[in-house]
Design a protein around this ligand. Sequence first.
Ligand code: SF4
Ligand code: SF4
Length: 426
Amino acid sequence: MADVRNWQLGRTMGYPYPESHPERQFAFVFNINRCIACQTCSMACKSTWTFSKGQESMWWNNVETKPYGGYPRHWDVKVLELLDEANSTAGVEPSWQPTTAADREAPYGSYDGMTIFEAAAAETPPVRQAVGYQPAQDEWSAPNIFEDVPHPGRPAPGSLGLEQDGAQLPEHVAWFFYLQRLCNHCTYPACLAACPRKAIYKRPEDGIVLIDQARCRGYRKCVEACPYKKSMYRPTTRVSEKCVACYPRIEGHDPLSDGMPMETRCMSACPGKIRLQGLVALDADGSWADDPQNPIVFMVRHEKVALPLYPQFGTEPNGFYIPPRWAPRDYLVQMFGPGVDEALARYRAPSRELLAVLQLFRATQKIIFRFEIEEGPKVFETEIDGKPWSMYDDTVIGLDQKGREVVRVKVEEPIHQRPAPRVNSI
Ligand code: SF4
Ligand code: SF4
């Protein structure tokens, strides 16, 4: 195993291949607080890529209801159990430690538990590249099982189901939230590491992880190794398939693209406006270039309002989530790591710049490479958590790869007045 740097874990970790990084990385931010589980994203993906024979149970994009839902069923609980087992065999009690490393190197502290790669290396004899499991056929059969089923909690008699706890936000005692999932086009993909045919590769131009359909022999090692269970087997072709990040759109081949990179179908279709996708420039050592005017970099690295999903798995996923405000903190911390409190504090009382950037979600299908803000007047003030907070009607401008303006949105939604009613001619 080679030593590679994982900034999400704040340390180096073992990975089967030495570091090799693309020029830029496909990445996205999802705002869980806004999702309405309409499944438009799931259908946009299915009707584009997985509508054929043999793909009936294949959902490259799915939206599941936590805590009970999962596609395939209980995928995360099962992977977490495997890691728990490995850590306890090795006598490790995993935790996140504060660190003195620069914030850019360890923004969430340092994780001392074993990743899926390290757990596999600790097995005797070591026979695989990552710990994982093969879901049974029926676990793929109901992608939205437990949709809208809440964790019941135990509301106090006479309470409305809300609890207030000092530093924390009000939490619903009975709660659920929607988790939107697709391949994370990981920096250290487990699917790629596990493939004995070397059929999986990460594109040097955008970090998209693809399976070469001609090289794949359907051994399903990627299905077993991917902790997010986003590599899937197709029985009719006897090879595995996965999200391709709508690469023709990223390459600017969509008829509406004007040659510029466009967001994927699942991102573009979202009526809840929860999704923003981008391409992040990388330095030679693979770390994110410090580009605070890129909306993804701004939200993930500067504001730290969006967090990786299960960073402890160790693949350095490139999907980031603004956590839901109403779910129990300990549940969120095991899912998104120790940055949850800070992320929610920043989302609840957003900075002037963050509030503007949040307006860019789903404002255009073109990928926004940079944003600019034109300042507007103060339109509202209040107190949040005992501190004064003001809202300004700023205008945020999104620029494409060539620095051309592709969208302009104001913080205050404009009021459109309908013309005088016309008589219906029918
Ligand atoms: S389309 Fe958007 S709002 Fe609808 S389920 Fe998907 S992520 Fe949620
Ligand atoms: S999410 Fe899974 S399939 Fe996607 S790149 Fe990561 S390990 Fe591979």
